[in-house]
Design a protein around this ligand. Structure first.
Ligand code: PMP
Length: 308
């Protein structure tokens, strides 16, 4: 029977357990120092096909393995193990709705931040109602953070690790304190980087502009998806360094990510944008939704069916 959220099943150290029984000791490097790498993997329910599709699973696992390698986490699990764990735990919960799956490799045991391991894994499905995807689909009022985005020479944004999100938190909490929904970070060089958990696109004169990956940006799978879908729709995309004033001078803007999907920005620092059913952002969002939910046959290769 389908589980309720408070008692959902979680894959934890090779077992499927009630989430309340999945315990990590307080001294583990993951608890104390945020020493873990993770993915948030979106899975979309297709009612007509009675199927749940995991989106771009192979790309998520490639990034997870790369994050682990960069932090020298010696992981005993293979990409096949990653996938089997995800499929098993989502099936155990019998989800027939959109879910986001948090798949985390963490440093367990009693070591310090320099610890070698042991490296363990949990896989926790999160019904989509509990993620930021549900918040404010009408659009976001943003500010430019007074904090800078972490940089490749300090704490690389290319590594998707727990500790990086403390920088995200500083920007996000500042934005909320000052009456905004979220923030956009500049990098150490003062160029536009990304949001606390999403990438940024601007629309100017019918063209898409997004900060290049070497400007302190996560190698986002949604960013890559947007670029590919834009190509199919015949929209020019520029990946390059972006100045702060370009934020205010653009026609439309949106944030994107596995949880955010494509979420329009209504304003940045109170400079307003156009957003309507006819806007480019709306067109891309409609295309994105049809691709992720399996309604667009061209992109079946990006989808992994969870149920047999
Ligand atoms: N940037 C940051 C800092 C993020 O945390 C995320 C969410 N993973 C993204 C961008 C978007 O990445 P993706 O499209 O792979 O979810």
């Amino acid at each position: 029977m389908k589980t309720d959220v408070a008692n959902r099943y979680i894959w934890f150290k090779q077992e499927i357990l009630n989430v309340n029984d999945a315990k990590i000791n307080v001294l583990a490097p993951t608890s104390q120092f945020g020493l873990n790498v993770f993915e948030g993997i979106p899975c979309y329910w297709n009612e007509t096909q009675q199927q749940l599709y995991a989106f771009r699973l192979a790309d998520h696992y490639k990034r997870l393995a790369k994050s682990a390698k960069l932090l020298q986490l010696d992981c005993k699990y293979t990409k096949e193990d990653f996938e089997k764990a995800l499929v098993d735990v989502v099936r155990a919960n019998e989800y027939t709705e959109n879910v986001s799956v948090r798949q985390t490799l963490f440093v367990d045991g009693f070591g310090s931040w320099g610890s070698d391991g042991p490296v363990e894994m949990f896989v926790a499905p999160i019904p989509r109602g509990n993620t930021s995807a549900e918040y404010n689909k009408q659009g976001l009022n943003c500010c430019v953070a007074s904090w800078r985005r972490i940089s490749d020479n300090t704490l690389s944004p290319r590594i998707k690790c727990g500790a990086n999100y403390i920088n995200s938190r500083m920007g996000q909490r500042e934005a909320l304190r000052n009456g905004y929904d979220t923030c956009i970070f500049l990098n150490e060089a003062g160029k536009v980087a990304e949001g606390p958990g999403s990438c940024l696109f601007l629309v100017k004169d019918g063209r898409l502009i997004t900060p290049q990956l070497t400007d302190s940006v996560l190698e986002s799978i949604t960013r890559d998806t947007v670029i590919k879908l834009a190509e199919e729709l015949g929209i020019e995309v520029q990946e390059r360094s972006v100045d702060r004033t370009e934020l205010y001078a653009s026609d439309e803007a949106f944030l994107c990510g596995s949880a955010m999907e494509i979420t329009p920005i209504l304003s940045i620092d109170r400079y307003k944008y156009e957003y309507s059913e006819e806007s480019l952002t709306s067109k891309l969002l409609a295309k994105y939704r049809s691709v992720v939910s399996g309604r667009d046959s061209k992109y079946q290769g990006w989808l992994t069916p969870i149920y047999k």
